[in-house]
Design a protein around this ligand. Structure first.
Ligand code: MTE
Ligand code: MO
Length: 362
């Protein structure tokens, strides 16, 4: 018996780690979607994106300062945060830079590398709107600057509407405390919004009339459009889906026969209502089955039975969300957005199945 469990030694799937700068622990790691089932990402395989490493924080001394345009500035300890009424919700988290290379044609060989900056978790915490009743927001407070306690003090500006809508202060991840990589002991969670705004190791919330516009606060994830105009704030993650199995790098037994096609669909605008699969390069589409319950702002698992004829085939999925938005093809996306920025790439991802059963990216 083990006091804290571990998986079977026969199970070896891992995150792929990419260090982005000379600073150790700075970069990203990606979730191995090709090897996962269901909708929840195991905490040990949640993707990571760190701009300045992972701080080691003792929750006994961690504090959250709430100040700025408020009537009663406040410092909360973790014990204080835990005294508020709590709740748990399943939400996806996706980096705005997920799939960034796909836009410019730098396509990745497998779904972990192409879509691995996405994970889905049951988060536990408290409503930020409820906590803010303790400080009393002044009417001029239109923005919240959320700052992390990592070495770079990463800070992001969040419009007050989102803060008062469904923002959470979370301390729980899949039933236990947040992992250090996910922001232990406290992070901001903004359901459906790009990962970047979900500030980890949260230690300061400042209410202001304007967003912070220093280079530090705006340097990342600014999108340059086709017209040469840059947008600093592009918050909502639009609908997308991807087949996780069979996917790039996997191999089917040659000769055809039954295979289940399965994958994930998600949208920052609510619920996924439909996923279709094509096994003939996008000519015909048929509905996949969505696993119930389909939760708002969480990943949906889809499944599609496929009798493969053993010949080369291009398989792909496309989703529709409750706003009626249909996931675009690569060409449709480029026509609208151009090639200046690869953030928020959400086009359809085809996989090539060859006669020998090998699966590669197209
Ligand atoms: N304090 C702090 N918060 C942060 C970051 C960071 O580097 N520092 N990275 C952001 C980015 S870009 C993303 S995509 C998500 C990643 O969250 P995860 O590492 O839990 O997957 O955290 C965000 N919050
Ligand atoms: Mo990110």
């Amino acid at each position: 018996m083990r006091a804290y469990g571990e998986r079977s030694p026969y199970e070896t799937t891992e995150r792929v780690i990419r260090e982005l700068t000379a600073s150790p622990g700075t970069g990203s790691s990606r979730t191995p979607h090709q090897d996962l089932f269901g909708t929840i990402t195991p905490s040990a395989l949640h993707f990571e994106r760190h701009h300045s490493g992972v701080p080691g924080i003792d929750p006994a001394t961690h504090e959250l300062l709430i100040h700025g345009l408020v009537d009663r500035p406040l410092v909360l300890t973790m014990d204080d945060v835990r005294r508020f009424p709590s709740f748990s919700r399943t939400y996806f988290l996706e980096c705005g830079g997920n799939s960034i290379g796909e836009q410019s044609g730098n396509t990745q060989p497998d779904v972990q590398k192409s879509h691995g900056l996405l994970s889905c978790t049951e988060w536990t915490g408290v409503s930020l709107a409820l906590v803010l009743r303790e400080v009393g927001l002044k009417p001029e407070a239109k923005w919240m600057i959320a700052e992390g306690a990592d070495a770079g003090r990463m800070a992001r500006s969040i419009p007050i509407e989102k803060v008062l809508d469904d923002a959470l202060l979370v301390y729980g991840q899949n039933g236990e405390a947040l992992r250090p990589e996910q922001g232990y002991p406290l992070r901001l969670l903004l359901p459906g919004w790009e990962g970047n705004t979900n500030v980890k190791w949260l230690h300061r919330l400042q209410f202001t009339a304007e967003p912070a516009m220093s280079a530090k606060e705006t340097a990342y994830y600014t999108e340059l459009g086709k017209d040469g105009k840059a947008q600093i704030f592009t918050f909502v993650m639009e609908a997308r889906s991807v087949i996780t199995r069979p996917s790039g790098g996997q191999r089917l037994a040659p000769g055809g026969g039954f295979h289940e096609i399965t994958g994930l669909a998600w949208t920052g605008k609510g619920k996924i209502t439909r996923v279709e699969v094509s096994v003939d390069g996008g000519k015909a589409w048929a509905d996949a089955v969505l696993q119930e319950p389909v939760l708002s702002l969480a990943v949906a698992r889809f499944r599609f039975p496929w009798m493969w004829d053993g010949k080369p085939a291009v398989i792909q999925s496309r989703c529709t969300d409750e706003t009626g938005f249909l996931q675009p093809t690569h060409d449709e996306l480029i026509a609208v957005r151009g090639l200046n920025s690869g953030y928020h790439y959400n086009a359809i991802k085809p996989w090539q199945v060859s006669a020998d059963g090998s699966v590669t990216h197209v």
